[in-house]
Ligand binder design. Sequence first.
Ligand code: SAM
Length: 285
Amino acid sequence: MRAQDVAHEVAERLSRAGSPSPGPEARILVAHALGIEPSQLLISRVSKRQRPVIDALAERRAEGVPLQHLTGEAYFRHETLKVGPGVFIPRPETEEMVGWALDRLAERPSDRRRVVELCAGSGAITAALARELGHIELHAVELSPEAHAYLARNLEGLGVDILLGDMAEAFHELDGTVDLVIANPPYIPEAHRQILPDDVLQDPEIALFSGPDGLDALRVVAEVGRRLLRPGGLLATEHDDSHAPAVVELFETAGFAEVASRNDLTGRPRFVTATRPPVSGRIGL
Ligand SMILES: C[S@@+](CC[C@H](N)C(=O)[O-])C[C@H]1O[C@@H](n2cnc3c(N)ncnc32)[C@H](O)[C@@H]1O
């Protein structure tokens, strides 16, 4: 049977199951099962042995298993990352923050590009920084052992200093010397657990929830940022799109300067950037 026709059938199955983008998902699943690129579907055929594999994948996707867990891969900017249960699937909402960071780093001399990523997960952010600009000294910390295994795999060969541990205590040896701290921490309020869509709940809890107001991890990011950054160093952190005023206030209260709210690709306020002021002061958290 022609692969293109099988992809149409799978798309109909996924559409009935409520998939928001059944066509592209079906093409990715069928191509994955055949071991080809989606662009090759038009010139490929599905054998009798391959068909049950495709049907099983379509069934699991229809049951709500994330597409990325079925293929084992997620895309972020120009990166293809290994993912699976136990690691947060990188989201396009984070891509704009990485673009901002790349622009700021490119303005700096290459000996002023020491970067720490907090809450690194699959390593999507650090991998993009490493490959898109280069000449960056990169450090990344992740608390979950399951996620750390993906982090190590995705960053293999990029020369990144990778740590399994709590960001609160990470990289003390770099205190006061870092040029950029970047993070996409957990930021969903505990109370939102009941109203989250099923696909979000497929990500590990430790990657999602952060105390009653969703700001617990962001408070730690502010503290660790103050500790790690050199005077004039930059911080960028993602947050929930409803939290922009609260996160701006949090970083201003923590003594950061030039605190600014910035939008993601869809125009929603998604990340805050700030500068560690030249004169160190008490953290007002
Ligand atoms: C929202 S995910 C982001 C992952 C990745 N940076 C990305 O953008 O795809 C948050 C990550 O923070 C990790 N994490 C949560 N608390 C942490 C802590 N105290 N220290 C280090 N990592 C932590 C979680 O395990 C999870 O991998």
